[in-house]
Design a protein around this ligand. Structure first.
Ligand code: ADP
Ligand code: MG
Length: 246
């Protein structure tokens, strides 16, 4: 944590893919325990923005700090940042040849040096947290998409991160499975977890977000509490976007 109390800080962050500027002078502070929902048109830089937080993408200029540590500053700093930041993607990326329990135990054993019995205990706890304790011995292909995504969330939680990043976690799901995943995320929000969620599920956003972030063409165009964001968006670009999706 730096002296401003921000657990995540973007300071004048820009990034290019060759000549294309994907992030334009991003400034953003996230307080510990805060829930941000990030929305914006496809290609606006949302995934790139959150992937920069845990070093999955290098950024060009500016600084990103996680808990006061600069992201990208050497190997040791990076592994420390990664240990604090969990990430859930649109694709679940579970190991198909491992059971649910084995998928969950892998991180704690390999990444945190836990014994098998300690890893099993923690895996059991988080599998219950995502409400599928009975699926421990199944293989991913035997689960529904919603259940697989809940396993992916539990797998991240087994690393006991301080920050959770979600990149369109329900976009690949059949409609009837979206709410079970959003429920688990809403419940996680009540535990004080710092969460950054890229999603177009605006019902979830209204219910869970402390602040909405709207991105367009690599810029943060608007940041506002959901009450203001949805009822009185300031920017024309935000208004246009909301009109299209609501
Ligand atoms: P969003 O998540 O908002 O849809 P992204 O962050 O995925 O946007 O991408 C923003 C822009 O950057 C898109 O136009 C995309 O085509 C481009 N982009 C993303 N990744 C790469 C890459 N590895 N190389 C070149 N361009 C990329
Ligand atoms: Mg994306």
């Amino acid at each position: 944590m730096d002296d401003t109390g921000a657990i995540i800080r973007f300071s004048q962050v820009s990034k290019h893919f060759d000549a294309f500027q994907v992030l334009k002078n991003i400034n953003l502070d996230v307080a510990k325990g805060e829930r941000l929902v990030i929305c914006g048109p496809s290609g606006s830089g949302k995934s790139t923005l959150i992937r920069c937080i845990n070093g999955l993408e290098p950024y060009g200029s500016g600084d990103i700090f996680v808990n006061g540590l600069r992201v990208g500053a050497g190997k040791r700093g990076m592994s420390e940042v990664r240990g604090r930041v969990g990430m859930v993607f649109q694709q679940f990326n579970l190991f198909p040849h491992l059971t649910v329990m084995e998928n969950l135990m892998l991180g704690p054993m390999r990444g945190r040096g836990m014994s098998a019995s300690a890893a099993r205990e923690i895996a059991t706890r988080y599998l219950a947290r995502v409400r599928i304790p009975e699926q421990a011995d199944k293989y991913p292909r035997q689960l529904s998409g919603g259940q697989q995504q809940r396993v992916a969330i539990a797998r991240s939680l087994c690393m006991e991160p301080e920050i959770m990043l979600f990149d369109e976690p329900t976009s690949a799901l059949d409609p009837e499975m979206i709410s079970e995943v959003l429920e688990v995320m809403a419940e996680l929000a009540t535990t004080g977890m710092t969460m950054l969620v890229v999603t177009h599920e605006m019902g979830f956003a209204r219910r869970v977000a402390d602040r909405m972030v709207f991105m367009d063409h690599g810029e943060i165009v608007e940041v506002a509490p959901p009450e203001d964001f949805f009822s009185a968006p300031k920017s024309i670009r935000t208004q246009d976007f909301l009109q299209k999706i609501l």
